[in-house]
Design a protein. Structure first.
Length: 417
């Protein structure tokens, strides 16, 4: 466990108590009382598996994928039927893995969700560049998908080789996207790869917007301990120079920063499954966040299907938050949007932000991480870099540790972070 994350956690949660996840769960989930609820569906299949990727995924087979989706629909009914009427949900995101591999069954999943939820802000779904064909895009659009996100990583073959992926055909992608338009077309890129320069990233961003994207996500490369990627991470100084340069470039082109990692060329383009006060996740490895708890489903496809087939939820671990733990979780993900509104915090927790974390926000302003106007804290360029920097420790201390265990054990007894 990183000393930095332990000290930060102790300071901000005002206790030595770690985040404790236990092998226990509620059969009835408390989402009916949650406002601003997002929905997430995980589809863990890929045609080939990338060695740097930490997500819960397995090799695609039509038979296994169909069996999994049958279980997924059962899980949706199991959870949804425990509330009366339809619950409003802001958004629905399909992540993976590569959910576009199940394009012909996405409509069925959306229909099952629509029996219990009213989705008000559209449906997003992730694709591999190979899936960006007019046929797949049309099937997704007919099913109700309104936003797509394509895992490009880089248009430059040099970096695709480093990542062990194949070259992306930008012009085939552009013509498919022109034939079947979506409200948001996002493209994922990875930055801080060995030898990557400002020009490399700039040309990727330009290529994305000219191939039909109106939103880009630029993820810092993270080396997870349980993956066997040979790619080394870039030193801090170089990384900061690259991130600052690319942020300034996007600003000079008029691309708004929508979150720490994302930029848009259209004001209404958005793609984010993370910045929700509460969310409900379905499928293996999917997480759910409620007012007082966070739960995570098993990572094992076979155990997931077995649990659901026996009429039980596939929850592997649950953490019941203390108030301060929940506040920190909320602040971390709200800050990800680069803006924290004191009024939103008070609405959610019933406590003024100044009373709960007045000193910390004063300090963050003094250190130049935020500016403040009328209770709205806006993250600066410096703040965004340090968020990135800290996020790396957080990922390694929390996500890496948890996912490392969950990949090997379907139902671990307890995890302390
Ligand atoms: C589920 S994948 C996207 C869809 C599809 N499976 C694909 O790869 O094209 C999600 C994204 O996570 C990012 N990602 C995966 N491993 C990463 C790592 N080690 N560090 C940073 N980003 C990573 C990639 O940009 C990838 O596009
Ligand atoms: S990066 Fe995408 S295609 Fe590669 S293993 Fe991860 S989810 Fe699958």
């Amino acid at each position: 466990m990183s000393i930095i994350t332990t000290l930060t956690r102790t300071w901000l949660t005002r206790t030595l108590r770690p985040f404790t996840f236990k092998n226990e769960y509620d059969q009835v989930l408390p989402f009916a009382e949650c406002e601003n609820l997002g929905l997430y569906v995980h589809i863990p299949f890929c045609k080939s598996v990338c060695n740097f990727c930490p997500y819960c995924k397995t090799l695609y087979s039509k038979e296994l994928c169909d069996k999994y989706i049958d279980a997924l629909i059962r899980e949706i009914r199991l959870v949804g039927s425990r509330q009366s009427g339809k619950k409003e949900a802001t958004s629905l995101y399909f992540g993976g893995g590569t959910p576009a591999l199940a394009a012909d069954r996405i409509g069925e999943i959306i229909d099952a969700l629509s029996e219990h939820f009213v989705i008000t802000e559209g449906v997003g779904l992730e694709l591999h560049p190979d899936n960006v064909t007019p046929d797949v895009l049309q099937t997704l659009k007919d099913a109700g998908v309104t936003k797509i996100s394509v895992g490009v990583q880089s248009f430059r073959s040099k970096f695709q080789e480093i990542l062990g992926r194949k070259k992306v055909d930008a012009s085939a992608m552009a013509s498919a996207l022109a034939a079947v338009p979506f409200e948001t077309v996002s493209m994922d890129f990875i930055f801080a790869l060995p030898g990557q320069t400002y020009d490399d990233l700039k040309s990727d961003i330009d290529a994305a917007f000219s191939a039909g994207a109106n939103h880009v996500a630029i993820y810092p490369f993270i080396e997870f301990t349980f993956t066997d990627s040979p790619v080394p991470t870039m030193p801090k100084k170089e990384k900061r120079a690259l991130l600052d340069a690319i942020t300034k470039y996007c600003a000079s082109k008029g691309y708004a920063r929508a979150s720490i990692w994302t930029f848009t060329s259209a004001p209404d383009a958005n793609y984010s499954s993370m910045t929700r006060d509460n969310f409900l996740g379905f499928g293996c490895s999917a997480t759910s966040l409620f007012k007082k708890q966070f739960k995570i489903n098993t990572f094992d496809v076979g155990s997931y299907c077995e649990r659901i087939d026996s009429g039980q939820l596939a929850t592997s671990l649950t953490i019941r938050f203390t108030k301060r733990q929940r506040m920190i979780y909320w602040l971390f993900w709200t800050a990800y949007s680069t803006k924290v509104k004191a009024s939103d915090f008070e609405r959610f927790f019933g406590v003024p932000l100044k009373k709960a974390y007045g000193f910390e926000f004063w300090l963050a302003k003094r250190l130049g991480f935020f500016t403040e106007e009328d209770g709205v804290y806006q993250m600066t360029l410096k703040g965004a870099f340090y968020y990135h920097y800290y996020e790396n420790f957080y990922t390694l201390a929390y996500i890496d540790k948890m996912w490392g265990i969950m990949r090997n054990e379907a139902f671990p007894k307890r995890i302390e972070l």
